[in-house]
Design a protein around this ligand. Structure first.
Ligand code: FAD
Length: 316
């Protein structure tokens, strides 16, 4: 069976959920091999978890330097492995770093890139969800090793039996942009935006930074992440790292609740693949209703607190 390389997204010794989704997708195409790029000892710690989602092999590309540089170590390692293992495809998370890695890798391999796919089949045909899920476009790379970025949350992770054997691979000398420091996003106890199964986002309709509390309260009651539209971010209501959309984060949770967000195409680009979309907005003509599964035409400061109270009551 052909190998399928999966780039492992990991932080602080933990595999991120999107990696399990990628391993699940990879099993449809062939036999997944997980690729861990990080400091020495990382792959050994992650191999059991990776094996439990079907990784037959874990390539350990480990060096102190590899963890200190942005994207180039991952590109170098994947390019070398694509040459030696001749995989059927390389799957990469559609995160900010992942998209850059995939683009650089496809150029390096002289192959094609399928970006932000929501599904992939046994023949390597990938699906893209367009215009708020109105169109499902299929595409396939016909030259070289396909490089595919998969939207977090779009494929359900399924466990598989198996143990991954760890194989050390060489990490080329690192170059490019060096990381000089890391500042964890201040999300408090909330889940990370792109990993969360529920996201509650606020838009310009929220009206002020103080009033974003209504968004946060609903999010906390649901155990959700908080997001924001660009208008809310540009108005200073919420920090930029929580922006959802074309120039922000892409999310694909089970449930996306939009409060006071009109649903401009650039916002939809970042959330349209959410499984269930709920919109609360005053304007009955707002384009968000074209993609919302449930919509309330109304005052968010009335509806959101009611929703918060109702969820609290039901949780007992
Ligand atoms: P608005 O469009 O102003 O909508 C606010 C809505 O709230 C209105 O419909 C109003 O009726 C309603 N409202 C007001 N008060 C209340 C209330 N009390 N209760 C209920 N409803 C109320 N946008 C993004 O979100 N993410 C991006 O990444 C992004 N990237 C962009 C990139 C480019 C190149 C460009 C040109 C634009 C981008 N935008 C992005 C901006 C986008 O075009 C919209 O301007 C933006 O999404 C609008 O945000 P909004 O829906 O919060 O605001």
């Amino acid at each position: 069976m052909a190998e399928v390389l999966v780039l492992v997204d990991h932080v602080d010794g933990e595999v991120k959920k999107v990696t399990y989704e990628l391993l699940t997708a990879a099993r449809r195409i062939g036999e997944p091999s997980a690729v861990v790029v990080g400091e020495p000892g990382t792959a050994g710690k992650l191999s059991e978890a990776l094996g439990s989602y079907g990784a037959a092999k874990v390539y350990a590309a480990e060096s102190a330097e590899a963890a200190e540089y942005l994207v180039t170590p991952q590109v170098d390692v994947l390019a070398a492995l694509a040459g030696s293992a001749s995989p059927a495809a390389v799957l990469v998370p559609a995160s900010v770093d992942g998209k850059e890695i995939a683009g650089r890798l496809a150029i390096r391999l002289g192959s094609g890139l399928l970006s932000e796919v929501v599904d992939v089949d046994a023949d390597g045909v990938a699906s893209h969800s367009l215009f708020g899920g109105t169109y499902d476009a299929k595409a396939k790379v016909t030259q070289g090793t396909p490089v595919i970025t998969v939207l977090p949350g779009s494929i359900e992770a399924e466990q598989a039996t198996g143990a991954a054997a760890v194989e050390q691979v060489e990490v080329p000398a690192a170059s490019g942009a060096k990381i000089t420091g890391r500042q964890p996003a201040e999300a408090g106890d909330r889940p990370e935006l792109t990993e969360a199964s529920i996201v509650v986002s606020g838009g310009r309709g929220v009206g002020s930074a103080e009033q974003f509390e209504v968004v946060e309260k609903l999010a906390d009651t649901l155990g959700a992440a908080v997001g924001a539209s660009r208008a809310a971010v540009d108005s200073g209501y919420y920090p930029h790292q929580f922006q959802v959309g074309q120039t922000g984060k892409t999310v694909s949770p089970q449930l996306y609740i939009a409060l006071g967000i009109s649903g401009a195409i650039q916002h939809r680009a970042g959330m349209q693949t959410s499984k269930t979309i709920v919109a609360v907005i005053k304007d009955p003509e707002a384009p968000i209703f074209e993609i919302a599964d449930y919509g309330v035409v109304g005052e968010l400061f009335k509806v959101a607190p009611q929703l918060t109270d109702e969820v609290t009551k039901r949780k007992g």
